[in-house]
Design a protein around this ligand. Structure first.
Ligand code: F6R
Length: 239
């Protein structure tokens, strides 16, 4: 892993955005993997700004997102499709963008369909990853084994509490999500892992120095050939 520490979240996010911009320039038909949550918002703002200035053309590129809640329709303000439209898709000119459909009648079929769609596009060229306080990547929660396929996951209490800030009440947070599996994530040709803020310092320390274990899913990234870890000083404070 290639670890870079920046003074603050803004410069760290700019660095992450630069890696996505470089990938797009190098390969205009790139397949991007995107995440939701607080971490990527500033990165998406930079990509939007550079696109609007005419520096980046996404028209040949496509994207797959890591996850979507089960049971939230796209009109729902807390759905990840809505988040991606507001923070990126409505502002750049991606050729196509895909998220798992958390409203599918047959969720296991939807998971298989999502993996097949990623494979059909040749896999992901560059994947953005944030990390949960419990070490989850996508919604691959701590477990006794890594799950390789896209799957329906039961969200842990930690994750439900952490994500309650996006809902009017914690009771409205869905208890399940569809998450891209560890297979598609680790088969990405490049990964940009970003952790910002003091609250991520402990999980970053465990990921870097602890065992590679499904009990801390992000630790698998230590076995990935081309992962760039981007941290601000606070997230790196225990290294
Ligand atoms: C979101 C996702 C999650 C988040 C993680 C961190 O698509 O896959 O793994 O990256 O929960 O969330 P934030 O960035 O809000 O701290």
């Amino acid at each position: 892993m290639n670890v870079h520490v920046y003074d603050d979240a803004k410069t760290a996010s700019r660095a992450a955005a630069t890696l996505f911009a470089a990938q797009l320039i190098k390969k205009p038909d790139s397949v991007f993997g995107f995440a939701t949550g607080s971490t990527p918002i500033a990165t998406y703002k930079y990509l939007t700004k550079w696109h609007q200035k005419g520096l980046l053309d996404f028209s040949g590129a496509i994207s797959f997102n890591l996850d979507e809640y089960v049971g939230l329709a796209e009109q729902d303000e807390a759905s990840y499709i809505r988040f991606m439209r507001e923070n990126l898709f409505d502002h750049v000119n991606l050729k196509a963008s895909y998220l798992p459909n958390g409203m599918a009648a047959d969720l296991s079929l939807e998971c298989a369909r999502y993996d097949a769609a990623i494979a059909e596009m040749g896999g992901i060229d560059l994947q953005f990853l944030g990390v949960g306080h419990n070490g989850h990547i996508g919604f691959n929660e701590p477990a006794d084994a890594f799950v390789y396929q896209t799957q329906v996951v039961n969200l842990t209490e930690d994750t439900i509490e952490a994500n309650a800030r996006f809902f009017d009440s914690i009771d409205l947070v869905p208890r399940q999500a569809i998450s891209m599996g560890i297979g598609a994530i680790t088969q990405a040709k490049g990964i940009v892992f970003v952790a910002l803020g003091e609250s991520k310092a402990e999980v970053v320390k465990q990921m870097m120095y602890g065992d590679i274990t499904p009990h801390l899913p992000a630790s698998i990234l230590r076995a990935h050939q081309n992962t760039v870890v981007i941290l601000d000083r606070e997230a790196a404070s225990l290294l």
